[in-house]
Design a protein around this ligand. Structure first.
Ligand code: PEP
Length: 251
């Protein structure tokens, strides 16, 4: 079912103690968030177990920021989906542009990761988005269309029904430059149309599509008011409890 979601990607920030404090602040403020808004936080791997204990019993859900593309075994340094599940994760972010850019995350790896996650009942938050030069060259629809078809079109309809999508224009991530609500809505409508073309209207209408890229309390309301924007994937502003909660209240 299509849900309102505000997810915080903490990236490689905070120590365990700082992360636990941030989670405690969020739990203390969660009653200020409308009950139909689903809050998700994605701390670093090292924090997951401790943060899971803090948010247990609250309506905040836990996400990882990545997972391995293998089930288990001799893959030094990797973290499997079953490990994430056992740590309390209901979600994992996959295909973030920073992982595509710095860690060579390819579409074929992402297909494997998404299927492994879904097999364990962990919902992927799958990220797509164009770079600035691609937008300036008018290629944003082509790029996003390819990111969708190379990965999500490899899923069965049953699998696709459990995927959350995040549109994150790379030029807006961490730059302070946000896509206008018109730019974001245009791409979100395009993504929904592509999903409908492959999987049908019912799955497309039920898919939550989040916007990410310099989303903050001052612009969240306008973005979230758009027809095809079902919430946000928040980076920098997710590190401040007041800002993150204010964004979630923008609905
Ligand atoms: C992100 O990287 O997922 C993100 C949205 O970052 P920021 O909000 O800091 O632009």
């Amino acid at each position: 079912m299509r849900r309102k979601i505000v997810a915080g990607n903490w990236k490689m920030n905070t120590t365990v103690a700082e992360g636990v404090d941030l989670a405690k602040s969020l739990v203390a403020k969660i009653k200020e968030v409308p009950s139909d808004v689903n809050l998700i936080i994605a701390p670093p791997f090292t924090h997951l177990v401790s943060v899971a204990q803090v948010i247990s019993g609250s309506k905040i859900a836990l996400s990882a920021q990545n997972c391995a593309d293998e089930i288990k075994g001799a893959y030094t340094g990797e973290v499997s989906v079953s490990m994430l599940k056992s740590a309390g994760c209901a979600y994992t972010i996959l295909g973030h542009s920073e992982r595509r850019e710095y860690y060579g995350e390819t579409s074929s790896k992402l297909v494997k990761k998404i299927k492994l996650a879904l097999n364990e009942g962990v919902m992927p938050i799958f990220c797509v988005g164009e770079k600035l030069e691609e937008r300036n060259a008018g290629k944003h629809f082509v790029i996003i269309g390819a990111q969708l078809s190379e990965v999500l079109f490899e899923l069965t309809p049953e699998e696709m029904a459990h995927v959350v999508i995040a549109y994150e224009p790379v030029w807006a991530i961490g730059t302070g430059v946000t896509a206008t609500s018109e730019q974001a809505q245009e791409i979100h409508a395009f993504i929904r149309k592509e999903i409908a073309g492959r999987f049908g209207d019912s799955i497309a209408n039920d898919t939550s599509i989040l916007y990410g890229g310099s989303c903050k309390p001052s612009n969240a309301k306008e973005l979230f008011a758009c027809k095809d924007i079902d919430g946000g994937l928040i980076g920098g502003a997710a590190l401040k409890a007041d800002d993150f909660i204010a964004i979630a209240q923008s609905y």
